[in-house]
Design a protein around this ligand. Structure first.
Ligand code: SIN
Ligand code: FE2
Length: 218
């Protein structure tokens, strides 16, 4: 037996589901058949509402650059974290949620055991090498009944999946192009984050990790 058997791409067999919590899973390679249509839909979205750097309420500049689509988009500035129906950068509504995002969100949620997931908010993050996302809870949504569906594309990253307080030890889970993490139910408010993305080149996306996170916010 050689270690080649455990190369990254061999982890992405279809239908492989890694359980990371009672109601939290990683669906390995689930988005792979959707990548072309996801990226095609993303282009006009990002033309309308480009990536931008945001400030935390505490005055830090986030290292990942963010955009949104859907009826509600997530933003942060000195006034706090919130969802809004207007993009503060363009003063226009956020771009509409592409159909393919809705379809993938529903399919992934269902594969993870959550039926009838209809997101109204999609946060789009790009991480260049070195960028990270500190441990946080997704709690700006109006209620926590719906799961979070988080699609990883491009460069790999280490996703941290913690407990219900920031200081709880977090699992470190490698996520690759096409993987989807879904968490909801009893795991909905777990702390999570992304360790600094390592330098690399992805054949499709170049020097970046893209993350598309679908939520029911309103
Ligand atoms: C997020 O929590 O908003 C992003 C998570 C990720 O990039 O995987
Ligand atoms: Fe999050």
């Amino acid at each position: 037996m050689t270690f080649d058997l455990f190369a990254d791409h061999d982890l992405q067999q279809p239908d492989r589901l890694d359980r990371i919590g009672e109601q939290a899973v990683v669906l390995r390679g689930f988005a792979l058949p959707w990548v072309d249509s996801l990226l095609a839909a993303l282009t006009p979205v990002l033309r309308q509402s480009p990536f931008r750097q945001m400030q935390t309420p505490g005055g830090y500049t986030m290292s990942a650059r963010l955009s949104s689509c859907g009826a509600l988009g997530w933003t942060t500035d000195h006034q706090g974290y919130r969802y809004s129906s207007v993009d503060p950068l363009t003063a226009q509504p956020w771009p509409a949620m592409p159909e393919v995002f809705l379809a993938l969100a529903e399919a992934a949620a269902s594969a993870a055991g959550f039926n009838t997931f209809v997101p109204d908010a999609c946060l789009i993050n790009t991480y260049c090498p070195g960028a990270k996302m500190s441990l946080h809870q997704d709690k700006n949504e109006r209620c926590f009944d719906a799961p979070i569906v988080s699609v990883s594309l491009g460069l790999p990253a280490v996703f941290q999946f913690g407990g219900f307080s920031r200081s709880d030890t977090a699992q470190r889970i490698s996520v690759f192009h096409g993987d989807i993490v879904v968490w909801g139910g009893v795991d909905r408010l777990r702390y999570h984050g992304v360790l600094p993305v390592k330098t690399g080149h992805h054949p499709l996306l170049g020097e970046q990790r893209l993350n598309i996170t679908l939520r029911k916010a309103g």
